[in-house]
Write a protein that binds this ligand. Sequence first.
Ligand code: SF4
Ligand code: SF4
Length: 402
Amino acid sequence: MQYRKMGKLGWDVSALGFGAMRLPTKGILKRLDEEEAIRIIRRGIDLGINYVDTAWPYHMGNSEKVLGKALQDGYREKVKLVTKLPMFLVRKADDFEKFLKSQLESLQTDHVDLYLFHSLNKTYFNVVKKFNLIEKMEHAKAAGKINAIGFSFHDSLPKFKEIIDYYEWDACQIQYNYMDTAIQANQEGLAYAHSKDIAVIIMEPVKGGMLANPPREALDIMNNAPIHRSPVDWALQFIWNQPEVSIVLSGMGNMKMVEENCASADKSGVKSLSEEENQILTQITQIYREKIRVPCTACRYCMPCPFGVNIPENFATINAISLNDSKAPMDRLLRFQQKNRYRSLAKNKAQLVKKPNMGRSSLCTKCGACIPKCPQEINIPEELTKVMAVMEKHQSIDDVYQ
Ligand code: SF4
Ligand code: SF4
């Protein structure tokens, strides 16, 4: 494992952090597989990971509980433990103590090493100011319940800079990958935070898994590159190449991912990519940009939909069909599988009883409840209408997304 400095905190943190938002699940309802989750978290720590990240809403509140169990038997002392105040649930100032107390209980610890305001944007930043939540953070720090203060972020660069300048933060967490260098906090925000010695934690390094499954043309470029790397390794090395990055979080869901990502982290380094490799990444990025239809990262913040639509599943299906659009036999097979994936979703209320929250795009009533919850600012009902046009009305994908 390689270790990097965590800004002004001075911590030596593993280049790879364990994100506990996509832990293993089982069954049709995708319930968290507690035993396997504990096994893979501990394996990651045994391989050198010393930073684990969770949050209140991950796995409907169960991520923190399972992490608390995984960190028993001496594992808590081996890691920096990070969780977040669920800003979308804060209604009054006292909620701060209520959530932190409950989170420490779930995590079975008397303190977290870093506490973040979760998913700050214009709205939630106003909540921070309205309820003086930074003061609350400082009181919690003085009481030994948290060691450092930061925020995770989903909004535009000007808002990011405004938040950065508002307080002497220890750390910030931003979305960044080779596709997303020009949206949200972006490359400029990364450099800006780093210039103030604020540790920068990277989330969504493989864009919710999208960069793990490249389209055929991108895969051909990767396969012909002078150095062999998996698609995920290309995505991770792109980030570790940046000197401003302290840590890359990966939401790992099985043992293979843990082993492979730790192996990638072992050979990571600042400015380790050659000019030729950077050019390859530019070509791959271009191909992805042309093919991705909906920039959904499968974070599931929009879920559950009150009408049972499985929003990320619908978007994953349309993106997979678009990414694998060639006439090659393998692409035909992949598209066939995606169509079956879509058909397996519930198409009416009766089917939703057996498959809760697994509804097709056509079940969307356009109520709009999901729109403010999406950190990618996707107009979800509008995009679901397009999914329905392709998947149920059999319109051409190019016509629908022209
Ligand atoms: S707009 Fe559609 S997808 Fe969004 S919450 Fe309403 S019914 Fe669900
Ligand atoms: S639509 Fe938005 S909120 Fe929902 S899973 Fe995708 S990125 Fe997340």
